[in-house]
Write a protein that binds this ligand. Structure first.
Ligand code: GAL
Length: 644
């Protein structure tokens, strides 16, 4: 029964039939695709009860006309769409923004009509920036003869983005893109994860990994994820669904244009989105199709630039900036190159705005539980590329492949339908490569110190632990071996990795000796200093013993009455708190109360840890629920969850 329904109560039965078949006439399909697109209804669905005239869309276009420090003058042109069954009825649109109210009067035409407000200026507006993502609420009311027919709340942020051959500018200041690609897939659930999990991914990217940009490869992603990017100050490059293949069939091609329009219409008001990807990722040139997607994008959103990620060189530039997936580093033909020069990729004589939208990925698939030398090289590849992208203004920056391991078709991946390309695994547990990103955070936000070592005698070829890369944002570090200090060292060219000098905090490169194969093995401690004071340290035991089973939950609350889910990470740690990287025992998970585990309840730790999500039951009421994780030898952890 619909709330607010007057007259005879009626029961409306809605039946939705979902076909999850991958159909060749629908992008991204038609050929093979390196990701699983899943199927079914995997996001929240709402049923709206509407008047016969209602707001069907609103795009709040704007231009920042002048900037002073953190504020600016913004010229706003709202474009509102209404849908009406009536013709000739006078209506009034009221829009409130930053303490101002603007009116626009019109007469319904019957059907969908667009109403553009006259442009107005808002002064001294706090601008949106990745460092300070100021947001404003915009409220729109649709009235007929003084009666409210419909209302909408839109969250806005105002920022100025410019591009040139010398890079990108955010609010007139140079800005270097330092980012990762994201697939929105999750273990066992695929794409079907609720708000909290989507938001958590944005938090991980921004707060844990410290990147400033994410590319929603290769499709528009959850609105909850985008909302959180707006709030946190995480720039987004969003793109249409597709992967390398372009069909010549009219039906398929018209869906590409439809997808372009759909993406822009849905997401136009997100300040975090700085560009539209209007090409099928890594597809060949197709002048007619891409002229059309660019045209459609500009018609709906004249203010945002377009781009499209290529893997071919000398592709026709129809967009505002050229994006390249540059997998040169790690290739056998690379001659030591890290990134290609942009003119080689564009084939153009003059430089243009140019962004690296992928790198590393399949050139060096790395599992979290791989041998440490592989984990280190994986990290160093990310570090070298990000450093080179930071060094030259001809790169707007680099968005590496990728944030999290993801599910894929059998044509890709490691035989288990997983691509191990993430700097984190599918449970969002970090690999060494995550340290490259984390360590670039400002020390005022968090001190980071990540020595890339398991500190064991026999892990590396040759039985030595050195050289060790220490990724840290501390200017001075000290290493103690067997309790004896080897001295403090301040970050300088000679003691850091020469290939990462353009990172904000190049990693220390420790070249020492820990004795020969057969010598006694000792503990170690790495200490980071700031202003002469020790602020962070990592201790490695000489003889690691399985000491504790840790369970860390992202939140202790879940929302009853809706599908909510919280991640829990389970770690087997030694006496120094380090994950035991090759421990793979089974743990079982039990729940009490209105929650259940997504996936199996008996799981094995892989490389000393794993994760799972706990979800609310569909009929969950408020109260307390408990999750118990049982490991070997009586190691047990109990986590209480409040269902609110
Ligand atoms: C790229 C592609 C991505 C992913 C990546 C793996 O060519 O655009 O979707 O497959 O390779 O490195």
């Amino acid at each position: 029964e619909l709330p607010g329904f007057h007259g005879d109560p009626k029961t409306i039965h809605l039946e939705v039939v979902v076909d999850s078949t991958e159909r060749e006439e629908i992008p991204p399909f038609g050929n093979i695709v390196d990701y699983l697109a899943f199927g079914g209804i995997y996001r929240d669905v709402y049923l709206y009860e509407l008047e016969s005239t209602f707001l069907s869309d609103a795009a709040i276009r704007y231009e920042v006309s002048s900037i002073e420090g953190e504020t600016g003058t913004v010229c706003v042109t709202p474009v509102v769409e209404i849908d009406s069954l009536k013709q000739g009825t006078p209506i009034c649109l009221k829009l409130q923004l930053a303490g101002q109210e603007h009116l626009c009067e019109a007469v319904t035409l019957g059907g969908v009509q667009t109403i553009q407000f006259p442009t107005f200026a808002c002064e001294e507006m706090l601008l949106w920036h990745t460092d300070a993502p100021h947001l404003y609420d915009c409220h729109i009311v649709l009235e007929e003869a003084g009666c409210v027919l419909d209302e909408a709340d839109i969250r806005l942020g105002f920022r100025k983005i410019d591009f040139s051959a010398d890079g990108m500018f955010l609010n007139d200041r140079p800005f270097k893109i330092f980012g990762l690609n994201r697939h929105q897939s999750f273990p066992y659930a695929g794409y079907a994860m609720p708000k909290r999990a989507q938001e958590q991914d944005a938090l991980i990217l921004k707060r844990e990994l410290g990147v400033n940009t994410v590319r929603t490869s290769h499709y528009p992603q959850s609105p909850y994820f985008l909302d959180q990017c707006d709030e946190l100050g995480l720039l987004v490059l969003e793109e249409i669904p597709g992967w390398q293949y372009v069909s010549q069939k009219e039906e398929w091609r018209s869906l590409v244009v439809r997808d372009t329009k759909g993406m822009i219409k849905r997401d136009i008001n997100h300040p975090s989105i700085f560009a539209w990807g209007v090409r099928i990722n890594e597809s060949r040139d197709d002048h007619a199709l891409y002229e059309e997607t660019n045209r459609a994008a500009k018609e709906l959103d004249p203010t945002r630039p377009t781009t499209g990620s290529r893997c071919i060189e000398r592709s026709e530039l129809l967009e505002d900036f050229y994006s390249m997936n540059d997998f040169m580093h790690g290739s056998s033909q690379n001659n030591g190159n890290i990134l290609r020069k942009q003119t080689r990729c564009t084939g153009l004589e003059e430089k243009v705005p140019y962004l690296v939208t992928e790198c590393v990925g399949h050139m060096f698939p790395t599992k979290r539980f791989d041998q440490e030398q592989r984990l280190i090289e994986h990290a160093l590849m990310h570090g070298r590329i990000q450093s080179m992208a930071a060094q030259y203004p001809e790169y707007m920056g680099a968005i590496a492949w990728c944030a999290f391991d993801y599910y894929t078709h059998f044509d890709f991946g490691s035989g288990d339908r997983i691509c191990y390309h993430g700097v984190m695994d599918m449970f969002r547990i970090p690999k060494f490569a995550a340290a490259v990103y984390k360590s670039q955070k400002k020390p005022k936000d968090e001190y980071v110190l990540e020595p890339l070592t398991y500190w064991t005698r026999g892990e590396r070829n040759g039985g030595n632990v050195f050289p060790i890369h220490v990724f840290t944002n501390c200017p001075v570090i000290e290493i103690k071996m067997g309790g004896v200090s080897k001295g403090r060292m301040e970050r300088q060219f000679f003691n850091t990795d020469p290939n990462m000098q353009f990172l904000d905090y190049p990693p220390f490169l420790l070249q020492m000796t820990n004795g020969e194969w057969g010598d006694c093995w000792n503990e170690a401690e790495f200490i980071g200093y700031m202003d002469e004071k020790p602020v962070i340290s990592r201790h490695f035991a000489a003889n690691p013993i399985y000491t504790e089973l840790l369970v860390e939950a992202d939140s202790s609350e879940l929302i009853a009455g809706e599908f909510d889910a919280v991640r829990m990470v389970v770690k087997a740690v030694d006496q120094a708190g380090n994950i035991l990287p090759y421990l793979s025992e089974a743990v079982s998970v039990e729940t009490e109360g209105d929650v259940e585990i997504i996936g199996p309840c008996c799981i094995s730790l892989t490389g000393g840890c794993t994760g799972f999500w706990v979800r609310t039951r569909p009929d969950a009421g408020k109260g307390v629920a408990r999750v118990t994780v049982l490991g070997s030898e009586g190691r047990t952890k109990r986590i209480a969850l409040q269902l609110i």
